[in-house]
Design a protein around this ligand. Structure first.
Ligand code: F6P
Length: 366
């Protein structure tokens, strides 16, 4: 068969491991031929390709980024964009297309599938917020990077008697924040799924310092909407740039700075903010992500040969399965109460339990 592969949306450690898994199994076991479409859907719209043979994938397993490069191009936003994709795929005689991406990339895959294109999706996002799978590859690497940063920030916070607010990624979900916050022993973890009261956060920090701990670590997800008016409109996310991308997303960033200022004002404790940003997406994937990405790659090419189209490979428990692409893109998977309870169990504050879940699909297991 002739199979196309693309990587779309924000990059993610493990993308190259997926590509390698697909190509190796496809060539060794199915005698497939591969075409790499460059820069996400842009490559399909504009016919930008590279050959994907064993040579092209040699040595890429531990490499971050993606040899196919990526973009946030949305063909559905361009006049004739979807038709252009179909024309390019026909021109290359593509029998099936493997789209590696998050909900944006896969929403385009759904549209093409509806037009009769044979598509398989692979769940990619460090945010870990795709429905239908227990884990997206790249998340584990991001959590490990954030946890190491929190460990490092502990020692400097302690040396200076400071509060350090660590802003991690997570557009609409607090997966990285809750995992790295718990793993790194943060004193407060603020996520988009739960409302919070800044006075109560400040009081909890004061109580901690009164107990003889003169420093604190606060982890916040970038997508948190501040409850009080602290420099942005109440209930709005904090943005670091103007405009929106092709999928209508604002550029988030800066909640950490606002919180550090407010915490200092309300507690009197000297505070600093650190925004981890794209460091969380860079570099080599963890062994867990290499394994998961490889299993997804093998699962995707096997699904192609079972003609299991319109599906996304997914991890359920310890098994690789396929789920409908339409299910995977139907809603954001947010952190469930079970994990929130873990964080609350460790903290001297119960107000989170009284705050409303801000999104209705709360679950830590699909
Ligand atoms: O989509 C994943 C993500 O890493 C989000 O957590 C973050 O808001 C966004 O990408 C950043 O995107 P960009 O690379 O376009 O700045």
């Amino acid at each position: 068969m002739k199979v196309g592969i693309l990587t779309g949306g924000g990059d993610c450690p493990g993308l190259n491991a997926v590509i390698r898994g697909v190509v190796r199994k496809g060539i060794f076991h199915y005698q497939d031929e591969f075409v790499g479409f460059l820069e996400g859907w842009r490559g399909v719209v504009e016919n930008l390709t590279m050959p994907l043979d064993l040579n092209a994938i040699a040595g890429i397993l531990p490499r971050g980024g993606t040899i196919l490069r990526t973009s946030r191009t949305n063909p559905a936003k361009k006049p004739g964009g979807i038709e252009a994709c179909i024309a390019t795929l026909k021109r290359h005689n593509i029998d099936a297309l493997i789209a590696i991406g998050g909900d944006d990339t896969l929403s385009v895959a759904v549209k093409l599938n509806e037009k009769g294109i044979h598509v398989i999706g692979v769940p990619k996002t460090i945010d870990n917020d795709l429905t239908g799978t227990d884990f997206c590859f790249g998340f584990d690497t991001a959590v490990n990077i954030a946890t190491e940063a929190i460990d490092r920030l502990h020692t400097t916070a302690e040396a200076h008697n400071r509060v350090i607010v660590v802003e991690v990624m997570g557009r609409n979900s607090g997966w990285i924040a809750i995992y790295s916050g718990v793993a790194g022993g943060a004193d407060e973890i603020l996520i988009p799924e739960k409302s919070f009261n800044l006075d109560e956060v400040a009081e909890a920090l004061k109580r901690r310092h009164a107990r003889g701990r003169y420093f604190s670590i606060v982890v916040v997800a970038e997508g948190v909407q501040p409850p009080d008016n602290i420099g942005v409109e109440t209930g709005s996310q904090v943005v670091s740039g103007v405009g929106k991308d092709d999928f209508g997303h604002v550029r988030l960033g800066g909640i950490g700075n606002l919180l550090a200022r407010e915490i200092e004002r309300r507690t009197g404790f000297e505070s600093r903010a650190v925004i981890l940003g794209h460091i969380q997406r860079g570099g080599s994937p963890t062994a867990f992500d290499r394994m998961l990405a490889t299993r997804y790659g093998i699962g995707a090419i096997d699904a192609v040969h079972r003609a299991d189209f319109g599906k996304m490979v997914a991890l359920r428990g310890t098994d690789i399965v396929t789920v409908p692409l339409s299910e995977a893109t139907s809603r954001t998977r947010v952190v469930g109460q079970d994990l929130i309870d873990v964080a609350l169990g460790l903290h001297d504050r119960s107000s989170l339990a009284a705050g409303g879940v801000s999104q209705s699909t709360s679950t830590s297991k699909p």
